[in-house]
Design a protein around this ligand. Structure first.
Ligand SMILES: Cc1cc2nc3c(=O)[nH]c(=O)nc-3n(C[C@H](O)[C@H](O)[C@H](O)COP(=O)(O)OP(=O)(O)OC[C@H]3O[C@@H](n4cnc5c(N)ncnc54)[C@H](O)[C@@H]3O)c2cc1C
Length: 487
């Protein structure tokens, strides 16, 4: 097969790589996106089965970044945004063998059995005024204990972090995971006072959000990936596993395994690695040992998502709400949490049935992906029976493992990312995108992808020189084919 030469190649068709490729293509840059799987989306995948909409990876997005709003606006003819139901505002915590509602107002807080009286008083005092940090970098646990008290930290904060990052709050850096909260923590003594001044400051702002809170898409989040993928046309190459990358004068040469023994060579002058951090580390080894060493030191948590449907008459619990999370002070409980998928997003469900989504693993059960399906279902059986009174067998079960899917922003993460970026900047034409750089959420991946694309659009692009087989270091890079042939 003839080699394909492009100005820019993006490796990895998850939301990070898709965002970069979409922005570049829209700016008229000759770009190709290479993705190993048969479809784009990475861990953002939706399946429609037996009348249910199964979110196999991420479940919802909180619209909080203009870059994500821009994406929704740009594809508004293909994507119909669905707001979460009002029921989704009710959230629960598993505590001492039962589900307790997360208090949503001061009266509910005063009444909740979830916290001791001492913890409630400590929380109130902390919200009025509490100590600022004394170090340059501090953990989520340090922040939560200092501001809200030890019991709230263990019971509420650890549970919410399990639901977002699947990590250990004593190791996660607040500065890296939640920079805006760290900024408030560094500067304000009173959380309530800070909240009021922020709200007043926002009052006169022009930017009005079109979507608020949690959203999904009519066809599921996977529809976002499909829409962006379709906009790339022939410049999207699925079933293309990049096995190696070489840098030679004039650009990069990538070897793609297209399946069935077919190989495809690609040349480009600029390369964006948008694969998960582990894959990026393997592929970039010949180009930047320094960056790769740092990448390898980033730990990632593994997860398993299990979607299950039951006949409505087999479920005793009303399951009205977003679902429940499990705090770290319940170490014997086998789940990290469960979402009541069809209550939060009725379009996920099917008449006469209930759909739940269990998630397990994270830093609490690091070996989750080595468990057999039977073992996982056995683990899920008792919470389903004892907490929700589910008697019958599931009418649908879908198990989706995610090995090393969520990078853990431990202490020193931000500096690590700076060192990675500096090492990568020393390789002309090489760029990175992905969920280990500027946040794990879909919002963050889109924001980082947009920033990478904008820097590529603004830079003067060197011309790419196609490399004949076995070409050495003496190719004249001025003889460029920057916008030569696409596939
Ligand atoms: C189970 C789960 C639930 C989540 N829930 C939420 C949520 O509700 N809301 C939210 O905002 N975020 C959520 N997240 C986080 C968010 O979904 C991810 O951080 C984000 O989707 C990662 O996107 P990405 O493009 O950086 O990486 P990925 O989605 O991992 O995509 C990387 C792509 O690179 C490809 N690739 C790898 N190696 C190669 C190669 N050699 N050649 C070619 N292609 C390659 C892979 O096949 C993959 O498609 C969740 C994550 C998981 C795992």
């Amino acid at each position: 097969m003839d080699a394909i030469t492009k100005n820019t190649i993006v490796v990895g068709g998850g939301i990070s790589g898709l965002t970069v490729a979409w922005k570049l293509k829209r700016a008229g840059i000759d770009v190709a996106l290479l993705e190993s799987n048969s479809q784009v989306g990475g861990c953002m995948r939706t399946e429609h089965r037996d009348g249910f909409l199964l979110e196999k990876g991420p479940f919802n997005v909180i619209v909080r970044d203009p870059a994500f709003e821009e994406l929704l606006e740009d594809f508004s003819d293909k994507l119909s945004v669905v707001q979460a139901s009002s029921e989704a505002r009710s959230r629960f915590i598993y505590r001492q063998g039962r589900l307790m509602a997360v208090p949503s107002n001061p009266i509910a807080l005063a009444r909740t059995p979830m916290l001791s009286l001492r913890a409630k008083c400590r929380l109130l005092m902390g919200l009025l005024a509490s100590r600022r940090p004394t170090s340059e970098e501090w953990s989520i646990q340090d922040f939560a204990v200092r501001r809200l008290g030890g019991e709230v930290s263990e019971t509420l904060v650890s549970a919410f972090i399990a639901g977002i990052i699947a990590g250990d709050i004593s190791k996660l850096s607040l500065n890296a995971c939640f920079p805006s909260i760290a900024d408030f923590d560094r500067h304000a003594r009173s959380p309530i006072g800070y909240g009021i001044s922020k709200a007043l400051g926002r009052k006169g702002q022009k930017h009005k959000r079109r979507w608020r809170g949690l959203v999904s898409i009519d066809g599921g989040l996977g529809a976002i990936a499909e829409a962006i993928g379709a906009s790339l046309g022939n410049d999207l190459h699925t079933h293309c596993h990049v096995g190696s990358i070489d840098r030679k004068p004039g650009g990069f040469t990538l070897s793609g395994d297209m399946g069935n023994g077919r190989a495809q060579t690609f040349h480009c002058s600029r390369l964006v690695m948008a694969s998960p951090v582990a894959a990026a580390g393997r592929l970039l080894e010949p180009l930047t040992h320094k960056a790769v060493e740092e990448m390898r030191s980033i730990e990632s948590a593994s997860l398993t998502v299990v979607n299950m449907a039951f006949r409505a008459e087999d479920v005793e619990h009303p399951m009205r709400g977003f679902g429940f999370l499990v705090p770290s002070n319940e170490p014997d409980f086998p789940l990290m949490g469960m979402l009541w998928a069809d209550s939060a997003f009725p379009h996920h469900g099917r008449e006469g049935h209930r759909l739940v989504r269990l998630f397990m693993g994270g830093s609490r059960t690091p070996d989750i992906n080595s468990m057999s399906d039977d073992n996982l279902l056995e683990i899920a059986r008792s919470p389903l029976r004892d907490l929700l009174g589910i008697k019958g067998e599931p009418t649908l079960t879908d198990i989706c493992p995610y090995p090393g899917a969520i990078p853990q922003y431990h202490f020193g993460h931000r500096e690590k990312v700076e060192r990675i970026k500096a090492a990568v900047a020393a390789v002309p034409g090489l760029h990175l995108a992905g969920n280990y750089l500027g946040g794990v959420s879909i919002n963050d991946c889109v924001r980082v992808g947009k920033e990478v694309a904008e820097s590529l659009i603004n830079e003067e692009c060197p011309a790419v020189t196609p490399q004949p087989q076995g070409a050495g270091e003496h190719i004249d890079s001025s003889r460029g084919f920057a916008h030569a042939n696409s596939k």
